[in-house]
Design a protein. Structure first.
Length: 639
């Protein structure tokens, strides 16, 4: 072995350095497709043809009709850190294009046989440059026939990096990744035509979608009919930030997170802040370990988001992370509650209204063909409301777009302390005053219709103008009681601490003690009186009344370990909801209990006024609709 003291530092060969750099950007064939398509969109292309062979390992061909590359710039285009998209350091802090690093073509050329042809006019004459994975200096550019735009052929990917090539998956798997790249871009750049071919077979042919109806058709084709038919439309705005798109219906949740698309200023991202906010919005309405689908577009001021975080540009960092988190969570939660509460028209209760679908906004990045970002207006919104989150963050929301979901006719105060059980019993006595609740005389007046029978003591059968409604009475009443108890909890002093007769000593790790010292004020706000007791222990002196029987050692340890990145005591709130959900489940009307028709109608009316009434506390559906047309098919009527 060579003596380490004799080893000298040397400059790497240019070709080797480029191959190493390429490893950061080009992971597999789909990485090539992503970089080239983003460049084409930045160049203003509205027609993209993608041809690949053998999963992209032997051929990747991209043809666009963008502005093209000047003949004198072709050689520069394949040099590292050469770009037309930023000029000064200030540009780096307000990036409006998909690409900006100037590494894509250089990285691709370093590990493939690259042919680059481009023209900036309609003369039919362009210029071409060919590279075979070697250094690019003094490459010869020659004239050739070419339409306006850029034509790039990438052949034999990783031919000179066998170690990388052997890690490629089978062609069908690699093509799946390529198709997903095209899908992601097609779901935000609706004004661009995409055609994808694999082994000379057309796999995707997406014409320009210039209207709301055509955009919805594209969404349906790429994300499925169930998502397009059942998703909720969202469009909310506050100063400097806007969220629009579709939130998937909870009943369409999937066992994997493969139908979740979030775009920030036209760029698809995987952002922990946004994904965490959306998980909170769906909390309590998804069944089991399932994932909701969504297609959302977040627009922020370019100088408030850093897209230069990772070489692949999949991650971003927000300047106002808490504000973004709370805005997304609040907006999504209110939209879900609004549609669940309304149940206004069963034919459209689980559909995004067409009037909104036709108004689907294009990300501002797209409106200017990816070249210049138009700033979001910073003028204050009229009729706004101030919302304070659990961590003290105050955010202003547009009252017209982000509606409050409090009350729904529930009591605004509940006795605390020793009166809690009395108040609780008033909620858990199922439909005690049902006869006093006004019910409609005709099925036309209420979307869930009028009860006509009870089936096996479990299901309520009701009819409305559309057909038959079947309600799981226990699941429905469980949600009603849960939401009532949550509203009472939030509007009373139940977080007030009650002293323990015998304080509890809890042993913790050093890191947990450090977290406690940073979060002590939060614990106090939620009624947990904790103090340091030695170097590795806490003493619990008081807890909220509802937690007096909780396993405090497990509770405190869990909260300290699971505090979310936005400094909200999510664990404690989830613990609260778990406790209330359990109480609601035990207090709701049980299966096999016979209800009178007035009681059943009272339950239906309460469902129509309750947030998230379509799912129980565990995410199971509470009701299903069977239109007459479906029933007619079962009995072959009219055939």
């Amino acid at each position: 072995m060579q003596n380490a003291n004799l080893q000298r530092i040397e400059t790497l060969d240019a070709a080797l350095a480029n191959q190493i750099a390429a490893g950061e950007v080009i992971e597999r064939p789909s990485s090539v497709v992503k970089e080239l398509l983003e460049n084409a969109i930045d160049a203003g292309a509205n027609s993209l043809i993608i041809r690949v062979a053998q999963g992209g390992s032997t051929l990747i061909e991209i043809i666009d009709n963008g502005v093209g590359i000047h003949a004198d710039d072709l050689a520069l285009a394949v040099m590292r850190h050469a770009t037309s998209k930023i000029k000064t350091p200030d540009d780096l802090h307000a990036i409006a294009s998909l690409g900006f690093r100037g590494e894509a073509l250089a990285s691709i050329a370093a590990v493939s046989r690259l042919s680059l042809t481009s023209s900036q006019d309609d003369s039919g004459v362009g210029y071409q440059l060919e590279i075979n994975g070697t250094a690019f200096n003094h490459q010869q550019v020659r004239a050739c026939a070419c339409d306006r735009g850029t034509h790039i052929r990438v052949q034999d990917l990783f031919f000179n990096v066998p170690a990388r090539r052997k890690f490629l998956k089978k062609p069908s798997t690699e093509f799946i990744h390529i198709e997903e790249v095209v899908r992601r871009l097609a779901l935000t750049y609706f004004d661009v035509r995409f055609m994808l071919e694999h082994n000379d077979q057309i796999k995707l042919n997406l014409p320009k979608a210039t209207s709301g109806a055509l955009r919805l058709q594209r969404v349906q084709k790429l994300l499925g009919k169930a998502f397009a038919d059942n998703a909720y439309w969202v469009d909310a705005e506050m100063t400097g930030i806007r969220l629009s798109g579709w939130l998937g219906h909870p009943s369409d949740a999937r066992p994997q997170a493969d139908l979740q698309y979030v775009y920030v200023n036209g760029r698809i991202v995987k952002d922990k802040t946004i994904s965490h906010a959306l998980r909170m919005a769906y909390d309590g309405i998804l069944h089991g370990h399932q994932y909701a689908g969504y297609l959302l577009f977040l627009e922020v001021e370019p100088d408030t988001v850093d897209v230069n975080v990772h070489p692949t540009k999949h991650e971003v960092r927000f300047l106002n992370q808490r504000s973004v988190h709370e805005f997304v969570r609040h907006t999504a939660k209110e939209v879900l509650a609004q549609f669940q509460t309304a149940i206004a028209d069963l034919s459209q209760a689980v559909k995004a209204p067409i009037v909104h679908q036709t108004m689907m906004p294009q990300p501002r990045l797209q409106e200017t063909l990816g070249l210049h970002q138009q700033p979001v207006k910073q003028t204050p919104l009229q009729g706004s409301i101030s919302h304070e989150s659990n961590d003290g963050l105050t955010t202003t929301f547009n009252q017209a777009q982000v509606k409050s979901s409090v009350n729904y006719g529930r009591p605004t105060s509940v006795p605390s302390g020793p009166h809690f059980q009395n108040a609780l019993q008033s909620y858990l006595a199922p439909l005690r005053d049902a006869e006093q609740i006004e019910t409609a005389q005709t099925k036309d007046e209420h979307p869930l219709g009028i009860a006509i029978a009870q089936l096996h003591g479990i299901y309520i059968l009701a009819q409305n103008t559309e057909g038959l409604i079947i309600v799981d009475m226990h699941a429905a009443h469980e949600r009603i009681v849960f939401e009532q108890m949550k509203a009472s909890w939030d509007n009373t002093e139940f977080w007030a601490s009650q002293q323990l007769l015998i304080p509890k000593i809890i042993s913790l790790s050093v890191s947990q003690i450090e977290k406690f010292e940073q979060r002590k004020a939060q614990f106090e706000k939620f009624g947990l009186e904790l103090d340091l007791y030695g170097q590795h222990e806490l003493i619990v002196r008081g807890v909220p009344a509802i937690l007096h029987q909780a396993d405090l050692t497990h509770l405190v340890s869990e909260l300290l370990n699971d505090l979310d990145p936005n400094d909200q005591a999510l664990g404690l709130l989830q613990k609260r909801d778990q406790i209330l959900a359990g109480m609601a489940c035990h207090g709701a009307v049980r299966a096999h209990r016979q209800l009178s028709l007035p009681e059943m109608n009272a339950l239906l009316r309460q469902m129509e006024q309750t947030a998230f009434a379509s799912q129980c506390n565990h995410g199971r559906p509470t009701w299903r609709a069977f239109p007459l047309s479906q029933l007619d098919k079962l009995f072959a009527r009219g055939e």
